[in-house]
Design a protein. Structure first.
Lengths: 320, 303
């Protein structure tokens, strides 16, 4: 299998330039500089054709920024994103957004929300649009007779389906799903996850599935990539991650996922909080919270190393 | 008229954690609000009793209720950004809450506030007291909200989706504090959530709500291992970790009916795989076996 999508040393920096007062202060010799957030810091991985890759991390770890770069919404500050070997990302990559309430224009009818892009891009003739939308709606589990309605007339689950239909309307091969089921109730979430799996089979889609919910990722993904504060710290096949997690952060994360089968547990949390990406810790970003931190972890960031077949982890403990 | 909550009965003992579980719009938040008399007009409580240590809270005057709220029963809300006043420092807000219920000077109140922050695991509480809410992260803010709920050593805390907006590692920290609190001080806790996995690890007993009614009640182990109501079974089946990886999830078809036009009889029957003609009749919450197990279904799963 060759990689459909490749990320090579991709970084994204957001810079907040100094305001006037700051510039004056600097001119007078004060030690101030532009505020830089390293949202994504030197990330490399690939996604093979037909694969579902789960991208996991807590808020502020850069997973959404990475998703937006893959979908071509944000340009990377450094590095390259290649789709089928090309630098340009086109219609083949589409994105499904988190909030089904905020990502649909409330003043447009659903048929226009879904049907606008395929007509503009010349995929469907205007006369044939009606039939095309009927098929698409049915495929996404929506009643085609609803297509004249506005978004507020739909429930959360149905709005998610509209978001999916909009992404599929331009016949993509690759979908970036950014927390696509996070806002939904459990029973509706199950329906949408089933829809994702059905579509994958019918249309041979490839997914980058971004989520903080390890249960969802475990169910859907073939491979999991874990991020912490802008860096990839571990990646492996789903089974490998859930059975033999290597990085202390992944291990802690897995232990803390509430599960139906763990009753009356003594919760033993990881201490501390995710540090601010404005001033990330030196060396390994996880060292202030890590139970195994050594002197070396403060000094040097550990590189991703292969610790098993297809299993990469960035931790100094693996050198011992 | 829509009945957001319809004939809900349950009891919580000191030191016990009761999980109130259901999906959006099932009436779990309104139930929590009702206990504290926080239902906004035009909503009102039209029947029933809310007994707290023997007194009916519904019979209390507004003035008397004020002495209960925040003192003997307190509440933690989902979004701490909405419940903390953004223009007041944390110490101002905490001292106010203490002095509303206890006859102490502000120095003593400040000490109580500092101790409360310490108990929920906020590092350097002395300096954090002088911060504003926006200077805290989401998890820290929720800890402050919990600390405020603890100030007057309440007998009961109602927590409405307090960890839903938080990351997994922060959620685990909050759950840890909640657990410690019930164990050490005997505070009773009503934990309102849509997430069965959270109550599995935290609660002693569970009430499952659907369309304003309790459909099943019992101990955590019994409800999760041997659900009686088809809706409970559907909820458990929808949790991804309960299914083999990659296989289709057991989904509940359809969606929750609107409370404004609930069908007669069992509200779940249009989505229920076990529905029969008899289900159009009015259902009641019937005991099943021992241990206070209750179920509202004509055809329970493990009879």
């Amino acid at each position: 299998m060759k990689a459909l999508l490749e990320l090579e040393h991709v970084s994204k920096r957001f810079v907040q330039p100094l305001d006037v007062a700051g510039k004056i202060a600097r001119a007078l010799g004060a030690d101030v500089s532009d505020e830089v957030v390293h949202a994504v810091d030197d990330v490399s991985f690939g996604v093979n054709e037909g694969e579902v890759v789960g991208l996991v991390g807590e808020s502020g770890c850069g997973k959404s920024t990475l998703g937006r770069m893959v979908a071509g919404i944000l340009p990377p500050s450094a590095g390259a994103i290649r789709y089928r070997g090309q630098d340009r990302i086109g219609l083949q990559v589409q994105m499904i957004f988190q909030d089904p309430f905020a990502s649909l224009n409330p003043r447009m009818r659903v048929e226009d929300i879904v049907g606008e892009a395929p007509v503009v891009h010349g995929l469907v003739k205007k006369e044939a649009l009606g039939d095309y939308l009927d098929q698409l709606f049915a495929r996404c589990g929506l009643d085609p007779s609803y297509k004249k309605r506005f978004p507020h007339q739909f429930s959360g689950g149905q709005r998610s389906r509209i978001g999916i239909a909009r992404a599929l309307a331009v016949k993509p091969e690759f979908l970036v799903c950014d927390e696509a089921v996070a806002a939904l109730d459990v029973s509706i979430q199950a329906q949408i996850l089933n829809l994702f799996m059905k579509l994958r089979e019918e249309l041979a889609l490839t997914y980058l599935f971004i989520s903080h919910d390890l249960g969802v990722v475990e169910h859907l993904s073939d491979r999991v990539v874990i991020m912490y504060l802008g860096r990839v710290i571990e990646s492996a096949s789903t089974q490998e991650i859930f059975e033999r997690a290597n990085h202390p952060y992944t291990q802690a994360l897995l232990k803390q996922v509430p599960r139906l089968d763990t009753r009356k547990t003594q919760f033993k949390p990881i201490v501390g909080e995710i540090p601010s990406p404005l001033s990330p810790p030196t060396g390994c970003h996880f060292h202030p919270r890590c139970p195994h931190a050594m002197a070396r972890c403060k000094e040097a960031a550990p590189p991703l190393k292969e610790v098993g077949s297809g299993h990469f982890s960035a931790c100094h403990l693996n050198d011992r | 008229m829509a009945k957001a909550v319809d004939g809900v009965s349950f009891a919580v003992k000191p030191g016990e954690v009761l999980g109130l579980v259901g999906e959006s719009g099932c009436g779990k938040t309104v139930t929590g609000f009702s206990i504290l008399g926080l239902v906004d007009p035009p909503g009102r409580i039209v029947g029933g009793r809310i007994l707290f240590e023997g007194t009916d809270l519904l019979g209390l005057k507004e003035e008397q209720l004020r002495h209960v709220r925040g003192a003997r029963i307190s509440m933690v809300f989902q979004d701490p950004m909405m419940t903390l006043n953004p223009v007041l420092r944390i110490d101002t807000q905490m001292i106010e809450a203490v002095r509303a219920h206890q006859n102490v000077d502000s120095r003593a109140a400040l000490k109580i506030a500092r101790e409360a922050l310490e108990r929920v695991g906020i590092p350097s509480p002395e300096s954090r007291l002088r911060s504003y809410p926006h200077q805290f992260s989401g998890g820290m803010r929720q800890r402050v909200a919990i600390a405020i709920a603890l100030l007057n050593k309440p007998q009961l805390i109602i927590a409405d989706e307090p960890t839903t907006a938080l990351d997994v590692t922060i959620q685990a920290q909050i759950l840890y504090e909640a657990q410690k609190l019930c164990r050490e001080s005997g505070t009773a806790l009503i934990w309102i959530t849509h997430d069965l996995s959270v109550v599995a690890g935290l609660a002693d007993r569970i009430c499952v709500m659907y369309a304003g009614r309790i459909v099943e009640q019992g101990s955590v182990d019994e409800v999760l291992d041997k659900p009686l109501h088809p809706y409970t079974q559907g909820l458990i089946g929808s949790v991804p970790s309960r299914n083999r990886r990659g296989s289709p999830l057991a989904q509940i078809p359809g969606m929750t009916p609107a409370l404004l036009d609930l069908p007669p009889g069992c509200a779940f029957r249009s989505r229920c795989p076990r529905a029969a003609p008899r289900c159009v009749n009015e259902t009641t919450l019937e005991p099943s076996g021992t241990n206070g197990r209750l179920v509202r279904c004509f055809y329970p799963l493990h009879p």
